[in-house]
Design a protein. Structure first.
Length: 337
C-alpha cells in the first residue's frame, strides 16, 4: 500500500481533535447591548454596567469552547454568530484565539487524517476529486465525508504535494470573511498570512516567487513589526521576516549568478537598487541599500571561485557572509520589543 507522507507544514497553522463538547448549560449567555441612555429601561446603574460588558462574556465563552471543542468548526460557527456584533478589539482577541487553536493542534489533525487515509477506499475517494477539493461531490454520506466537510467549515483547506501527499493548513483566504469585524492589527495579520499561505515564497528548495513579489511582502511584515512590536504575534512574524530577507538577499540558485565570474547578474542588482529607492524610508530599504554597498565593494562578485571537481559555486565572499550572518542581530536591535 502506498505510504501517505505528510510534508512539513509551516508554523503558522493548526487544529486537532480535543475530547469533550460544550453542553447548552455550560455555555455563557451573551447579553444584549445596553439601550440608549435616553430610554427608560428600569435597570439600576449596576445592571446597566453589566449589560455594557458583553465582550467579557464572549471571551469567557470562547475560551471554554476552545478548550472543549471536538473540531474547529465549532469555533468558526461561534465567530460567525458573534464577531460582527462585538467591538473590534474584542473581535481581534477572538480571532487570535482561533489562530492559537490552529497553531496548537494542526500536527494532530494531520496525524488523524493520515490514519483516516489508511482506511480502505478513503484515499481513492480523494484522488477522484480535482483541486480545489469539493467534498460535497464525494459519493455517499459516510463519516469520512462529514469529517472532511467539518474541517473546511472550521477554516482549513486541504493541500497536496506534487507526489499527492495530502495535508491540511489554515485557509486564511476563507477567514477573510472576518476582516471587516477586526481591528487594524487583526486585519494586518490576516493579510500577511493570506498572502503567504496562498502563494508560499519557498518550495522545492528554492524561491517560488520573484524578488519583485517578495519585496512588498518584506515591507508589509516590517510595518507589522514596527506597529505592533509588543504583540504576541510579533515573535512569529519576525521569524517570517528574517526568512524573507535572507532569501531575498541570498537565494542565488536560479540563474542569478554569472558562474564564469561569480558576479551578481545585472537584473538582480537592478532589482535591489529599485527596491532600495522605492522603500528608502523603511528599515528593509536601508538593509538592502547597505547590502548593495557590500556587493559593490567586491565589484558585484558574490562567491569565491569554485573548487574544480567539487562545486559549481565557491564559498560566499567574507564581507557578504558577515553581512548576512549579522542580519538577525540587526533586526533584533531595531524591531524587537
Amino acid at each position: 500500500m502506498k505510504q501517505y507522507v505528510l510534508p512539513f507544514v509551516s508554523s503558522l497553522v493548526a487544529i486537532t481533535f480535543v475530547t469533550g463538547c460544550v453542553s447548552t448549560s455550560d455555555q455563557l449567555t451573551v447579553k444584549d447591548p445596553t439601550p440608549p441612555a435616553t430610554e427608560n429601561t428600569g435597570k439600576s446603574p449596576a445592571d446597566a454596567t453589566k449589560a455594557e460588558k458583553p465582550a467579557d462574556d464572549l471571551l469567557k465563552q470562547f475560551t471554554v469552547l476552545a478548550a472543549q471543542a471536538k473540531e474547529a468548526n465549532e469555533l468558526t460557527a461561534f465567530l460567525d454568530q458573534h464577531l460582527a456584533k462585538t467591538d473590534t478589539k474584542t473581535a481581534d482577541q477572538l480571532f487570535f484565539a482561533l489562530d492559537q487553536y490552529y497553531e496548537k493542534h494542526l500536527p494532530t489533525i494531520n496525524d488523524n487524517f493520515k490514519a483516516l487515509l489508511a482506511q480502505p477506499g478513503n484515499a481513492d475517494k480523494l484522488y477522484a476529486l480535482q483541486y480545489p477539493y469539493d467534498f460535497n461531490k464525494l459519493e455517499g454520506d459516510d463519516g469520512f465525508k462529514k469529517w472532511l466537510l467539518h474541517q473546511t467549515e472550521g477554516g482549513l483547506v486541504l493541500k497536496a504535494t506534487k507526489d499527492m501527499s495530502f495535508y491540511w493548513q489554515v485557509d486564511y483566504k476563507a477567514l477573510q470573511k472576518y476582516a471587516a469585524s477586526l481591528d487594524e492589527e487583526g486585519k494586518d495579520y490576516l493579510s500577511i498570512q493570506e498572502t503567504e499561505t496562498g502563494k508560499p515564497y519557498l518550495g522545492d528548495g528554492g524561491l517560488q516567487i520573484t524578488r519583485a513579489e517578495l519585496g512588498p511582502r518584506m515591507v508589509e511584515v516590517e510595518e507589522y513589526l514596527v506597529n505592533y512590536r509588543s504583540s504576541p504575534r510579533a515573535v512569529k512574524l519576525r521569524t517570517l521576516y528574517i526568512d524573507y530577507l535572507k532569501t531575498y538577499l541570498s537565494d542565488y540558485r536560479y540563474e542569478t549568478i554569472d558562474e564564469a565570474t561569480m558576479k551578481l547578474l545585472p537584473a538582480v542588482k537592478e532589482e535591489y537598487q529599485n527596491f532600495a529607492k522605492k522603500y528608502d524610508a523603511t528599515k528593509t530599504g536601508q538593509i538592502v541599500r547597505d547590502y548593495l554597498i557590500e556587493v559593490v565593494k567586491n565589484k558585484d562578485v558574490i562567491f569565491e571561485p569554485a573548487k574544480p571537481g567539487e562545486s559549481i559555486i565557491g564559498d560566499t565572499k567574507p564581507n557578504i557572509s558577515q553581512f548576512l550572518n549579522g542580519l538577525e542581530g540587526r533586526i533584533a536591535r531595531t524591531m524587537n520589543p
